[in-house]
Write a protein that binds this ligand. Structure first.
Ligand code: PLP
Length: 381
């Protein structure tokens, strides 16, 4: 049964993010043949735009039905053979996931884990890689459990010195923060559609460097059929070629979302994300929330904050949702101590104000002594 009012709520979870009406409308266009020239043109446009947003001149871009997790798995399965060593640099729950993913593919995964709310440093990475023999390193650009944005450019430089391929999970950053695949020397940039790109969930997105493609070509076989780059390559070079049915209508939505992003301009989009993050955090701080993320690594796309005294998940998340704003609980070590808020994609300052206003009502109803409009005033300064 549908829950009345659910679709009117403001999604302030760190993905999926609110989808603009034009992008939703695009989904409702008639479905065309998955091998038509019409769809091929749309897919090519999407590949070019993703390449640009990922900061690459010539990466191979793979777009197929799936999610961020499938993109993580595809990256591992295409670059590592059973028995290869993978260093999993993890700043939280989503970084950790590369360990079971790698093990499911027979890859020897070694975790290098940061303190909760912080990031692994280049020196720590250097020391870990010095033990030798790592084929690749995984990095999580924005870790959605902790709100940490890792210094990917610096970490990637260290990995290159050790001749390790660099796989970057940009699920919670792509199109919301700069990603410079070529300049930073990244081999895979992977993402999903539902976060800063502002598309409904359902697409896996990967950009692969020529080194990554050479590595895949050097492997006789890989432990995935659906996500094998070489199976998708002909259909990505010419999307009229069939490998598996393209997610036709999701490509309409992706194209509409990329139109929005390119019209806004990447620099302006990144600046807007920083401004909205600052505005949200100032407001949340005035309401008594404290960041659970090391100040040096605060991501522009989302925030993780501890509840004010006397507040817990039940007293915050449920009434907030009843007030029309949906936030997420914390994960991992921080579970139950605070909330996670997304402020990425096509979210506006009005959305931030709506969220802070609702948060204030919920906290006051829970008995907190907050000056009226404190969150809104702080956020607007
Ligand atoms: C950083 C990060 N990586 C991977 C994933 C997994 O993506 P999905 O849920 O689309 O499979 C998520 C999901 O939130 C994420 O935030």
């Amino acid at each position: 049964m549908l829950i009345t009012g659910e679709t009117d709520k403001l999604l302030m979870i760190p993905g999926p993010t609110p989808v603009m009406p034009d992008i939703l409308d695009a989904l409702a266009e008639p479905t065309v043949s998955h091998t038509s020239s019409y769809l091929a043109g749309i897919i090519r446009y999407c590949q070019d735009a993703i390449r640009m947003i990922a900061g690459s001149a010539d990466a191979s871009v793979f777009l197929f039905g799936g999610s961020g997790t499938l993109a993580q798995e595809a990256a591992v399965a295409n670059l590592l053979a059973p028995g290869d060593r993978l260093l999993v640099v993890s700043n939280g729950v989503f970084g950790d996931r590369f360990v079971p993913i790698a093990r499911a593919h027979g890859v020897e995964a070694t975790p290098l884990t940061a303190e909760w709310g912080g990031s692994v440093t280049p020196d720590e990475l250097d020391r870990a890689l010095a033990s030798g023999g790592f084929r690749a390193v995984t990095l999580t650009h924005v870790e959605t459990s902790t709100g940490v944005m890792a210094p990917v450019a610096d970490l990637a430089r260290v990995a290159q010195r050790h001749r390790a391929l660099v796989i970057v999970d940009a699920v919670c950053s792509l199109a919301g923060a700069p990603v410079e695949m070529d300049a930073w020397g990244l081999d895979i940039v992977l993402s999903g559609a539902q976060k800063a790109l502002g598309v409904p969930p359902g697409l896996s997105i990967l950009a692969a460097s020529s080194r990554a493609m050479d590595r895949r070509r050097g492997l006789d076989s890989v432990s995935t059929y659906y996500a094998d780059f070489l199976n998708w390559e002909p259909a990505m070079l010419d999307p009229r070629v069939y490998f598996s049915t393209h997610a036709v209508n999701l490509f309409y939505a992706l194209k509409a979302a990329l139109d929005v992003i390119l019209a806004e301009g990447l620099e302006s989009r990144f600046a807007r994300h920083c401004a909205l993050a600052g505005s949200f955090r100032a407001g949340a701080g005035a309401l008594g929330f404290t960041p659970l993320t090391d100040q040096r690594f605060l991501a522009p796309t989302m925030s993780v904050a501890a509840y004010p005294d006397g507040i817990d998940d039940a007293r915050f998340l449920i009434p907030l949702s009843e007030d029309g704003v949906v936030a997420a609980g914390c994960l991992g070590a921080a579970r139950g101590t605070g909330a996670r808020f997304g402020h990425m994609g096509n979210i506006t300052h009005e959305d931030i104000l709506r969220a802070l206003d609702a948060m204030e009502r919920v906290l006051k109803a829970a008995g907190l002594d907050i000056a009226r409009g404190a969150g809104l005033a702080a956020s607007s300064q």
